[in-house]
Design a protein around this ligand. Structure first.
Ligand code: ADP
Ligand code: ASP
Ligand code: MG
Length: 462
């Protein structure tokens, strides 16, 4: 058995859904479990509409609602010649959506729990359409909403699936259809709490649904179908000559996705890593291309550096002061404050002089953190032990990833020679990060130039 997941652009139009059906049908002998994302742009529209409703902008959310409705009804018409039963079922979701948005408009606010329920509609509508379409083509398929059997933690917006309970629920809900010879078409991205409330696994979470199910069922392989030729040596949207990697390890992909490569959800590698299940990244637009195989071993290729990635819209916070020298506990208090605010630190670096601690967070979390840190260190600031909390907005982290960097001397030297000769100012460098990557901070305006220069010299020129 294999798990096949198709991302948003792979299921974005009726034409694409035809291709997806071809791919599924040509692999029926492998007993696929199919995981689908929402049609491209739909999750974004659901969230955008909710924000309009919250602000009372009725005509705006009604317009978004119309766009979502049209997209799905057009698809039903194109694939199924307008099935009344299916249209009625989709209309029930669309009506519910409009009712929820009206209520949110009245209340003027939305809870994380409601946002998850709304965000799940895109996947739920599509599995119904696609499963009906497969049946029309003569393939026995049955759709499943993952919030009937994937049990998760209760942190809405970023929930984590739980193995034992989901396994039991899978046996109860999905397994009977498998033994009756149906191909299950499952919503990616969503789950339920123990009490049955819908959760989501974070943006891009369908990858995690696929790898989690792969683990649960001891799948032979997990195939992630997307819109590029595999894991690439850089984001093909900004580096023209980015090339597809034949093989790469779980750990390397995890590092890449943690540092911004959207090709897989950052937490989606854990379930397959645990059982050593191979993952293939394949291109729905180019299905005969072999794509990238992701496995445990970081095969030492001739290329020490495999890929270059980046995250934009970050801020660097710098706590400085001579009084920090040798005073224990400052770092602990800094990080406790950040933790209490629920912010996520993407990178830390401390200068060897111990006179500053600097770390990188998302830009929209920065001001709140500066205020909290000023409150936490009020006394130290009055006594001038801490000079202040400096904030640099609009920075980006660039990460150069490759397992072969371990034990290969001189890589950092090469990287910073390239940034230097290209006039890119390096603001901070991560200390003691894993030997699979070297990460550093640059000005947000320089990131694309830097990534291109690094790719040209380290990958294309290698
Ligand atoms: P899907 O909808 O299939 O889940 P995503 O948009 O989430 O697709 O992820 C695929 C996109 O990730 C690609 O279109 C590409 O622009 C982007 N990407 C960024 N870095 C990389 C990389 N190193 N390799 C492949 N794709 C990357
Ligand atoms: N549809 C969800 C999103 O856009 C999940 C996914 O695409 O993986 O984030
Ligand atoms: Mg994705």
């Amino acid at each position: 058995m294999i798990v096949m997941k198709f991302g948003g652009t792979s299921v974005g139009t009726p034409r694409m859904l035809e291709r997806v059906a071809d791919i599924v049908e040509s692999n029926l002998n492998r007993k696929p479990l199919v995981v689908l994302s929402a049609m491209s742009g739909v999750t974004d529209m659901l969230i955008k509409g909710t924000r309009f409703a919250e602000k009372g902008q009725r005509s705006e959310y009604e317009r978004v609602h119309g766009d979502i409705a049209r997209k799905h009804h057009d698809t039903i018409r194109a694939l199924l010649g307008g099935s009344e039963e299916l249209s009625g079922e989709i209309d029930r979701f669309l009506d519910a959506l409009l009712n929820i948005w009206h209520s949110i408009e009245v209340l003027g606010e939305v809870t994380p729990r409601a946002l998850d329920a709304i965000s799940s509609f895109g996947e739920k509508m599509l599995v119904r359409i696609f499963s009906a379409y497969l049946n029309k083509r003569g393939t026995k398929a049955k759709f499943f909403d993952a919030d009937t059997f994937i049990v998760t933690t209760g942190n809405f917006g970023n929930a984590t699936p739980i193995y034992d309970e989901s396994k039991r629920e899978f046996e109860r809900v999905v397994a009977p259809a498998l033994s009756e010879g149906f191909t299950p078409i499952i919503t990616g991205f969503i789950g339920k709490t123990k009490d049955g409330i819908t959760t989501t696994l974070g943006r891009g979470g369908s990858d995690l649904t696929a790898t989690f199910l792969g683990n649960l069922l001891d799948a032979e392989e997990v195939w992630i179908w997307t819109d590029v030729d595999g894991v690439m040596s850089a984001d093909p949207r900004i580096v023209e000559n980015a090339r597809s990697l034949e093989r790469i390890s779980y750990v390397e992909v995890a590092e890449l996705s943690y540092y911004g490569a959207k090709v897989m959800h950052p937490r989606s590698l854990l379930p397959v890593m645990e059982k050593g299940i191979p993952v293939r990244i394949l291109n729905t637009f180019n299905p005969s291309f072999p794509g990238t195989l992701i496995t445990r071993e970081a095969r030492e290729e001739k290329d020490v550096i495999k890929s270059i990635t980046y995250i934009k819209n970050l801020a660097l916070l710098n706590v400085t002061g001579r009084g920090m020298l040798g005073v224990p506990g400052i770092a602990a208090r800094v990080f406790k404050t950040v933790w209490q605010k629920g912010a996520n630190i993407l990178m830390i670096s401390q200068s060897s002089s111990e006179q500053n601690i600097c770390f990188v967070v998302k830009k929209d979390e920065a001001q709140n953190l500066v205020d909290s840190l000023k409150a936490e260190f009020e006394l130290e600031i009055i006594h001038r032990d801490i000079e202040g909390i400096e904030r640099i907005d609009d920075v980006a982290i660039i990460s150069v990833v490759g397992a072969g960097m371990r034990g290969t001397p001189g890589i950092a030297g090469k990287i910073f020679t390239i940034t230097g000769t290209n006039g890119v100012n390096v603001i901070a460098i991560a200390q003691g990060s894993s030997e699979y990557n070297i990460s550093f901070v640059v000005d947000g305006n320089e990131v694309e130039r830097a990534v291109k220069a690094l790719h040209r010299n380290l990958v294309e020129g290698a």
